[in-house]
Design a protein around this ligand. Structure first.
Ligand code: GLN
Length: 486
């Protein structure tokens, strides 16, 4: 019985039980280590044992002490293998720990394991992992989303109470939406990127994947802040606290109608419209807005992110990290290592990015994409002059089937149509579950995410509005919480 209560509890509820002496931190850790060890989803790439889980963890960390955390395998962890789901980092053991992980350890959170992901965070389905795809706990024939698919799946599937992920163009929000949990991408600069393996440095942010909005706020409170080791980190002024709003009176929610509709599943659209009605019932106001350049966001992103990736990934040369595939001369060692070490999507991005940055094409591609990004930043500035929040579905569809989009990169890229503009603007956004819907092709119902974006560093207001809405929606649908395997 105690086990079932732990399985169903949020992070904050578990922390409260530990604090009241109802259950010990040791019992909580043992319970979750056993759950994680039985992973039927390929959600974990590395499992901690009790000793590793506690390494570096403060015994007196504060209010959340003792609630174990799953960590995306993109965060460097001293002494623990870190692969970013790439063969090229096979066998790599970092000599230092990412600031985010160090902060959660200082807050008393043991590490359960490292979670599966798309290679170097490039993807929307977790199918680009060199270690096999992770499965969606709602339907094992479907993807959990990506790139933080493992982190979302283990939380939704009852294999971790909460998790860390990263989001460059949607990688926290989209998998949270596909798995029926909460995912928050903070403002660019809210959290240190030190020790997070770089994909596109001007976009990458760390964030929480949790069962509820309160947990997202509590984890963000631990993670955010200035870090000497990342000059782009500034933190959130005034910090972050647990939200408590019950109403949305006086708050305005902008709907970019021009973006919504085309290519969307009927069930996703229905849950979206219902959620707008709930916002009105809670006293909020819906306003139609325009984001005139957001329709170009995917095109700009797929120039900018690969351009940054092509330079960030040049460091994997067989000399300094992980795999070395040949002992011939230096040049062929580079070539063979990169040929064998990188998967097809990563190679596609390196080629795209290198091309976009090449001297003859720099202005036509990279320069132009940067100008589009500036227009999108201006679109959001204007929108937030009119409304408090911008809302969209998190993704145009529910979780799709494994293999459904792997041969068509463009259709895969389109699953981030609502998340990418926000990443380019650098503002914070959350995905909360808005209910379940049948996929267009029929079949069992699957979670639908509702995305809310706020002005830069408006996280507290964003969390308050999300909390009020979450209470009203009352989503209750974690597939793995019956005590058995998902
Ligand atoms: N799916 C997007 C991509 O493939 C976003 C990934 C991310 O946010 N890391 O680039």
């Amino acid at each position: 019985m105690a086990d079932l209560q732990l399985l169903a509890a949020s992070g904050s509820e578990t922390a409260a039980r530990i604090a009241s002496g109802n259950v010990s931190a040791g019992e909580v850790l043992d319970f979750w280590l056993e759950r994680a060890a039985g992973d039927p989803l390929n959600g974990y790439l590395w499992h901690a044992d009790a000793e590793a889980a506690r390494t570096g963890v403060s015994a007196d960390g504060g209010a959340l002490s003792g609630v174990p955390l799953a960590i995306k395998d993109i965060f460097c962890t001293e002494g623990v293998p870190t692969t970013a789901a790439s063969k090229i980092l096979g066998g790599y053991v970092p000599p230092y720990t990412a600031t985010s992980v160090a902060r959660t350890a200082a807050a008393g959170l043991p590490m359960l394991g490292k979670t599966n992901m798309d290679e170097f965070a490039m993807g929307s389905s977790n199918e680009n992992s060199a270690y096999g795809p992770c499965l969606n706990p709602w339907d094992a024939e479907r993807v959990p989303g990506g790139s933080s698919g493992g982190s979302a799946a283990v939380v939704a599937g009852g294999l971790a109470p909460w998790a860390l992920g990263t989001d460059t163009g949607g990688s926290i929000r989209q998998p949270a939406g596909f798995c029926g949990i909460v995912g928050l991408k903070p403002t660019y600069g809210a959290i240190s990127r030190f020790g997070m393996i770089a994909f596109a440095s001007s976009l990458d942010q760390c964030g929480p994947l949790t069962r509820d909005v309160t947990d997202a706020a509590l984890l963000l409170g631990i993670l955010q802040g200035r870090d000497e080791m990342d000059s782009t980190s500034v933190g959130i002024e005034g910090g972050v606290s647990a939200p408590s709003a019950e109403r949305l009176d006086g708050m305005t929610f902008g709907v970019p109608r021009g973006l919504i509709g085309e290519g969307m599943e009927a069930g996703v659209l229905a849950r979206f419209e219902e959620t707008l009605i709930r916002i009105c019932e809670l006293g909020g106001e819906i306003v139609d807005i325009e984001l005139p350049h957001a329709g170009h966001a995917i095109s700009a992103y797929y120039v900018l992110a690969p351009a940054e990736a092509s330079t960030n990934l040049s460091r994997y040369d067989g000399v300094r990290y992980g795999l070395r595939a040949s002992d011939e001369d230096l040049l062929s060692m580079y070539e063979v290592t990169r040929e064998e070490g990188f998967g097809p999507e990563v190679k596609r991005r390196i080629m795209l990015g290198t091309y976009a940055l090449s001297s003859g094409y720099y202005d036509a591609y990279y320069g132009r994409a940067q100008r589009v990004r500036t227009r999108i930043v201006e679109d959001f500035d204007k929108a937030f002059g009119l409304v408090d929040f911008v809302v969209t579905p998190t993704s145009p569809t529910v979780a799709f089937k494994l293999g459904e989009k792997t041969t068509d990169p463009w259709s895969m890229y389109l699953s981030d149509i609502f998340t990418v503009p926000i990443s380019l603007a650098g503002v914070p956004a959350i995905s909360i579950p808005a209910g379940l819907a049948e996929p267009d092709g029929g079949g069992p119902e699957l979670p639908v995410g509702f995305q809310i974006a706020a002005p830069a560093f408006g996280e507290q207001k964003l969390l308050e509005a999300s909390y009020a809405l979450e209470q009203a929606i009352g989503f209750d649908g974690s597939p793995g919480l019956e005590g058995g395997s998902p």
